[in-house]
Design a protein around this ligand. Structure first.
Ligand code: CA
Length: 228
């Protein structure tokens, strides 16, 4: 059974999530503190998606996210944010989270996000070419790695999925809606700025000069275009 870590110190919210994860066919691994969550992840290397609350009794959810990312680029990470804290979303994404869900959330919304992350990890590689080579970039779709001029570029799952979409559509302007529905799934109802935040991060990793991007160019009022 697919395992999902739920880190949340409020027991009623945690048990609400656990019940709904089980109903959706996932095994829930629970943690009430940041340190406990990191221990559980070490004990269960087969957990591929983690849901992280931000306000916790010990280290906060952003720090947990950073520590997970320090040695695991492929973990799907969803932050639980409070409605009033708009900045949490951006901070979460900048520390390496893939997605966020705002409290109060519906069980269907949360499981849709988890399903989308698991689908990306499972990634249907049978229909894709194994190696995508464009300009200085080589993407290996089997092991989800990217090299630029022979040097490995470490990408999160979301960044990888966006770049793969670009590399499969060279020279084509993709709208932010296209990117959102392709990468996050059609049922995703999040905001378009999540696309921009991820593009910004991706540019930092792959562009020669982020102030003058040449691989991912902006199509004003529409979206982005790939060329390498
Ligand atoms: Ca909390």
């Amino acid at each position: 059974m697919k395992k999902v870590l739920i880190l949340e110190d409020e027991e009623n919210i945690r048990s609400f999530v656990v019940i709904n994860l089980k109903r959706a066919g996932y095994e829930a691994i629970e943690a009430g503190t940041g340190m406990e969550a990191l221990d559980k992840l070490r004990e269960n290397p087969d957990i591929h998606v983690a849901i992280l609350d931000i306000m916790l009794p010990d280290i906060d959810g952003f720090e947990v996210c950073r520590r997970i990312r320090a040695n695991n680029k492929h973990m799907g990470i969803i932050m639980l944010t409070a409605r009033t804290q708009e900045m949490d979303k951006i901070t979460g994404l900048m520390t390496g989270a893939d997605d966020y869900v705002t409290k109060p959330f519906s069980p269907a919304e949360l499981t849709a996000r988890i399903d989308a992350l698991y689908r990306r990890i499972g990634g249907d590689t049978t229909v894709d070419p194994e190696l995508l080579k464009q300009g200085p970039f080589v993407m290996n779709t089997r092991n989800h790695t990217l090299e630029k001029s022979g040097n490995r570029v470490r990408l999160t799952q979301v960044e990888y999925a966006i770049l793969k979409l670009f590399m499969l559509n060279p020279g084509r302007a993709l709208s932010r809606e296209d990117i959102l529905s392709s990468v996050w799934g059609r049922e995703y109802e999040g905001e378009l700025k999540i696309v921009d935040v991820n593009i910004r991060r991706l540019r930092i990793k792959i562009e020669d000069d982020t102030t003058n991007p040449t691989y991912i160019t902006t199509v004003w009022g529409y979206g982005y275009k790939w060329g390498a």
